[in-house]
Design a protein around this ligand. Structure first.
Ligand code: NAI
Ligand code: MG
Length: 355
């Protein structure tokens, strides 16, 4: 990357606070690495919904389409139902832009207290690859016989060969660049049509790569991710299984305030979207104490995606340095620093190591 166009959607609550942090860090970092971002600032949020009746304008997706990436804070606010904010902004972006990969790196970072025993938390470094466009989260189905004794609900999963192949290829490419191991979540013993198909296509697809693929039933895998998280490298899951495992793994690492994520269209046809895992945190919003690390780590993923490898590396190293120092940790991870202090610390680490 030398220059990229990025749409910034701070959203609501602490979304705006962590966005300010990311932009302040990038303003100092990018000139040092010869990169540049041209920002489009968008006020799409619940606040906009309350005044204008929609989270984004009618041509919102068309506008985003002109960008190389989207950086998002968090969307959601009391008084606006969560399904309105989710279906009014995030889901349309993920679906229309074919962001069929949801990526969540999970690492136990030095300085972040994990609820696990120290010997179990040691060396946890895994990547969750979640299918983000089909599977269990489909709109196919409905109600039958409403109001009668036979009232029933039907929800149809959709697993396509195209969909499973492309997510399996993505997981295999990532695994080749890591420790070469994929564990795919399944439930082919209980779910006898879609899951054996998933297993078959994942096995066939990943056989073309230098990776070892094994399958574990989702229930056993959930337990093992808590008992031996360090054994895992790439964990591949369908939409539902990947969703659940991502939060489980983030919990294993301590704070939701540090967890990053990316919604990726690996073909590059559409912009990909990078966002911290956390929400708008109305309980702490406006106090300047939000942990910006989830957002900054998501920014690292965006820089990698945009091809700014050196900037990404410097920022990740600065995040790790900042977490290591008890004086530059926020309250959610046992410190007393505020958002501005953490941001300043990250800026001084990147400035020093770039010199
Ligand atoms: P949340 O993630 O906003 O907050 C959960 C708890 O974690 C709160 O106690 C909060 O203070 C704390 N927390 C979260 N991020 C933190 C950070 N960076 N630093 C320090 N503490 C942090 O989840 P919650 O409360 O369930 O949702 C609040 C709103 O955010 C809702 O409207 C929800 O729909 C929305 N939301 C939006 C998401 C998105 O934009 N992708 C994701 C999750 C929730
Ligand atoms: Mg989730």
């Amino acid at each position: 990357m030398t220059s990229a166009r990025v749409a910034a959607i701070p959203g609501d609550g602490i979304g705006t606070e962590v966005m300010d942090s990311a932009k302040a860090v990038l303003a100092r970092l990018l000139p040092l690495t010869g990169d540049n971002i041209a920002w489009t600032d968008l006020d799409w949020s619940c606040e906009r919904y309350l005044t204008e009746g929609a989270l984004m304008p009618d041509d919102g997706l068309g506008l985003l389409r002109e960008h190389d990436a989207v950086l998002l804070g968090a969307v959601g606010w009391p008084g606006v139902p969560d399904h309105v904010s989710l279906w009014g902004l995030l889901i349309p972006i993920r679906r229309m832009f074919q962001q069929y990969v949801n990526l969540r790196p999970v690492r136990v970072m030095e300085g972040v207290p994990s609820p696990l025993r120290p010997d179990l938390a040691e060396g946890v470094d895994l990547l969750i690859v979640r299918e983000n466009s089909e599977g269990e989260y489909s709109e196919i189905g409905g109600r039958f016989g409403a109001g009668t004794p036979v009232e029933s609900a039907f929800q149809q999963s959709v697993f396509t060969r195209t969909g499973v192949e492309r997510i399996a290829r993505f997981a295999a490419e990532r695994a080749e660049r890591r420790r070469g191991r994929i564990v795919a979540a399944t439930k082919s013993n209980g779910i006898i049509h879609t899951m054996p198909f998933w297993d078959e296509v994942v096995a066939e697809t990943t056989a073309h790569y230098s990776v070892e693929t094994t399958f574990e039933h989702i229930d056993a895998l959930a337990a093992k991710l808590v008992l031996h998280p360090a054994r895992y490298d790439v964990v591949l899951g369908s939409n539902l299984f990947g969703d659940i495992l991502s939060d489980l793994a983030a919990g294993v690492c301590g704070s939701i305030g540090i967890a990053p994520s990316a919604n990726v269209d690996p073909t590059g046809t559409y912009p990909s979207m990078f966002e911290p895992v956390h929400g708008s945190a109305p309980d702490i919003a406006g106090r300047g104490i939000a942990n910006p690390v989830g957002m900054l780590w998501s920014t690292v993923m965006m820089l990698e995606h945009l091809g700014a490898a050196r900037a990404a590396g410097l920022l990740m190293e600065a995040i790790a340095e900042t977490l290591r120092d008890p004086a530059t940790r926020t309250a959610d991870i046992g410190g007393t620093a505020d958002t501005a202090a953490v941001t300043d610390a990250v800026i001084s680490h990147v400035t020093r190591s770039a010199a």
